[in-house]
Each structure stands twice: as structure tokens, then as C-alpha cells.
Write a protein that binds this ligand. Structure first.
Ligand SMILES: Nc1ncnc2c1ncn2[C@@H]1O[C@H](COP(=O)(O)OP(=O)(O)O)[C@@H](O)[C@H]1O
Ligand SMILES: [Mg+2]
Length: 389
């Protein structure tokens, strides 16, 4: 029999986007991976309490949509992972004392947000030495921190809206001085955001000093680090899914059609997709226009900005770059990068001519390519340091 590579899809996790991750994993990754008939696909689910489970039953979306998962978790034994010479899944087999094991050849992380998309999982995988899909530790960590991402983009000469960032202790110690400093440097209206959380949690648009004061408190409630940035006026939001390692290729520039007043609403982004707007395609952010209806030069400008952001952040495999366009000034600004776009943004790739199956297959080959490149780097050298003692 031909050896089938084992791909472990890891999803769920200790993050606000736990539920989104389940749908990404089951619908956009596991299903097409199984259709290829090339891989043995293992579902590895991290529950909200951080325990790991490995079971074919976890491939069934109904287990999660019906609420049956609670009952399952109540009965099931968590799995464990061994790291000797790679990565091995281990669980009780049902036969007393016996263990069931599976050696993993490649990991397909499907986690959004903290402990998954932010580099934490990638660090663990780097230690095991096995290949995995998507961005590595540093790119993931930078992208998931709005302050760091802005600094990197700015340092590389890419356009970002004017901003300030600070530790929350400044707000607690002397909010009045901080307010004055902010208002001296930046012009209202301002967007106040926690540095780390995604999905618009803790984000406020402030149009006055009083609103700014409240907005700072809200953001500091969610994060140690807070970012305050000037509003991009005449706003058109666009997002660009990108794939690849050294030679990243874009999908189509997409324009989510959600209304500005809905911007902070988690439900609008993820839950009510089908009910809003009259756009052309249903994506993870409701209806959207694909490709975005922009003048050619503005489209090109945003596409180039997206690709440059992908490169300077050191992304690999896949990511999605969000940009804010001032439609009057015809200028695109970098907003943020999502190292693991919800549902891999397959709806957009499909329009760009890449099927769901091709998408996961390409991602696996990028993962192997990156892994091979990293292995070819020198990681040890000899010194006579120890002989000196
Ligand atoms: N500087 C800005 N100018 C105009 N609108 C903004 C700005 N920053 C954020 N927004 C609006 O707020 C939304 C959420 O902000 P974003 O930084 O994308 O956070 P999230 O992590 O929640 O996606 C954006 O999609 C956009 O509609
Ligand atoms: Mg966003």
C-alpha cells in the first residue's frame, strides 16, 4: 500500500474566534483535504479550556452546531502529543491500557486569534521540526499585534494612518495628560483599539475628548497595549488574500459591503453574513464586491501595497491584508494582516480561479517548500567555549 502522509488540522483554541476556527477547519480545510484522497487527515480540536482532542468524530460539523460537543467533551479523554522525533498524537484506545498513536507528517493550523494565529502554536511546531502551513512565528506574532505591524510597515516606508501607542498604565496613571498629548498630535475622529484582539472587540471611534477618554478605558480593559489612530476619511475598505513564499501571488481585491456603522459588530462580520447588503459574493464579512469596483490605478496601488505588506511582515503560505482607502485622495493605507484568513478566504480564491482543493494542496506544497528551505540553513557551529572551563 502506498504510504499516505498524515496531515493534522488543529482548530478551536483559547481565543475569542474559537467558533470561527471550527468552521474554517471543517469546511475549508478538512473537507477539501479529504477530497484529494492523498492524505490521512486527523482532526485535532483544542477545547476552550485548552485540552486537546483527537478524533474522527470531530470532523462532523453537526457535533458542533447541535451543541453535542459539550456531551462529547464530558465523556471523551483528552489526547496528548509526544514530541520525540517529530509529532505524535496519542490517546486511549478503549482497550484497557492500550494507546492509539499516529505520527503526524505535516500540520495545518486552523486557529484564529490568540494561541493559534499569533505565533504561539507555530513556536511549538518549530520545536517539533515538522512542516506546517502558513506564517511562521515572527510573522504571525507581528501581524497579530496592531502596534508592531504598524511599526514594521511604517519602518519600511509603507503608508499607515498617523497613530500613537502606549501601555495601559499611562491611562491608569494620568489619563488627562495622556488625552492632551494625544489631541495635540492627532486629529479627531480617532479609532482606539486594543493592540491584540481582533474581530472589532474593544474598538471605538471617538469624535470628542470625552469619547476618547471612554474609548481608552474600554481598550485598556481588553489589552495592556492600546493604539490610537487617525480616521481615514472617504473610506473604502478593501482586503487582499495572498498566497506564496518568496513570490507571493494575490487573489482578487475584495470590498466588503458592510456599512460603516456596523464596523465594530462581531455579529455583522461573522454571523449575519447572509442578511446584509446586495453585493455579489458572500464571504466571512458578509456580502462583498469581488473584484472591488475601483479605478484601475487605485486597484493596482492597493494590490501592490498588499503584496509589499506581505513581504515586509515576512509572511509565508497564506495571509490576507486589509487596507483602508481614502477614495477622494486616492490613497491606500495599510490597516492589518490576518495570517490565517477565516475560511482561508476560499470564496475569493474560487473567483480568482483556485478551487478549494487546489487551495489546500498549494498551501501544503508551500509549507513543504518553506520547511525544506529552513532545514538547509546552518543551525549549528562549533566553538571551543566549553574547553575554557
Ligand atoms: N484608521 C481608521 N480609519 C477609518 N476606519 C477605521 C480605521 N481603523 C479602523 N477602522 C474601521 O474599524 C474596523 C475595525 O478595525 P480593525 O483595525 O480592522 O480591527 P479588527 O481587528 O477588529 O478587524 C475597520 O474594518 C474599519 O471599518
Ligand atoms: Mg479588521
Amino acid at each position: 500500500m502506498v504510504y499516505m502522509e498524515t496531515v493534522a488540522v488543529i482548530f478551536g483554541g483559547r481565543s475569542a474566534e474559537h467558533d470561527v476556527s471550527i468552521v474554517t477547519a471543517l469546511a475549508s480545510i478538512i473537507k477539501p483535504l479529504e477530497l484529494t484522497k492523498k492524505y490521512r487527515v486527523e482532526a485535532v480540536y483544542i477545547a476552550k479550556d485548552g485540552a486537546w482532542y483527537w478524533d474522527d468524530k470531530l470532523k462532523d460539523i453537526k457535533l458542533f452546531t447541535s451543541g453535542g460537543i459539550q456531551d462529547y467533551l464530558h465523556r471523551a479523554q483528552p489526547a496528548s502529543v509526544q514530541f520525540d522525533g517529530g509529532m505524535m498524537l496519542v490517546k486511549a484506545s478503549g482497550i484497557a491500557g492500550r494507546k492509539q498513536t499516529r505520527k503526524v507528517d505535516l500540520v495545518f493550523p486552523a486557529m484564529h486569534g490568540t494561541y493559534g494565529e499569533d505565533g504561539a502554536l507555530m513556536g511549538l511546531l518549530d520545536m517539533t521540526g515538522i512542516p506546517y502551513v502558513g506564517c511562521g512565528v515572527s510573522a504571525s506574532a507581528v501581524c497579530m499585534n496592531k502596534v508592531l505591524a504598524k511599526k514594521v510597515a511604517l519602518g519600511c516606508g509603507l503608508p499607515v494612518s498617523d497613530y500613537m501607542s502606549f501601555h495601559k498604565s499611562f491611562i491608569e496613571r494620568d489619563a488627562s495628560t495622556l488625552l492632551k498629548t494625544i489631541l495635540k498630535r492627532l486629529t479627531l475622529p480617532l479609532f482606539v483599539k486594543p493592540a491584540h484582539l481582533g474581530s472589532s472587540i474593544g474598538i471605538t471611534r471617538a469624535t470628542s475628548e470625552t469619547e476618547l477618554r471612554n474609548a481608552l478605558e474600554v481598550a485598556a480593559h481588553y489589552d495592556d497595549e492600546v493604539i490610537v489612530e487617525e480616521e481615514v476619511p472617504n473610506l473604502i475598505e478593501v482586503t487582499l488574500p495572498i498566497m506564496g513564499n518568496d513570490q507571493p501571488k494575490p487573489a482578487l481585491l475584495e470590498q466588503p459591503m458592510t456599512k460603516p456603522e456596523d464596523f465594530f459588530d462581531f455579529d455583522t462580520k461573522y454571523l449575519q453574513g447572509g442578511k446584509k447588503g446586495k453585493g455579489t459574493a458572500k464571504g466571512a464579512q458578509g456580502y462583498s464586491q469581488i473584484p472591488a469596483d475601483l479605478p484601475k490605478d487605485l486597484y493596482k496601488q492597493a494590490e501592490e501595497l498588499g503584496l509589499n505588506v506581505y513581504r515586509v511582515m515576512g509572511c509565508s503560505g497564506i495571509a490576507r491584508v486589509d487596507m483602508l482607502i481614502d477614495s477622494k485622495a486616492k490613497k491606500a493605507y495599510f490597516n492589518e494582516v490576518n495570517p490565517l484568513p477565516g475560511g482561508l478566504y476560499a470564496h475569493n480564491w474560487n473567483k480568482a480561479g483556485v478551487s478549494n482543493v487546489e487551495l489546500v494542496e498549494r498551501l501544503i506544497s508551500f509549507a513543504k517548500e518553506r520547511h525544506a528551505q529552513r532545514q538547509s540553513l546552518a543551525t549549528s557551529f562549533s566553538t571551543n567555549y566549553l574547553q575554557q572551563f
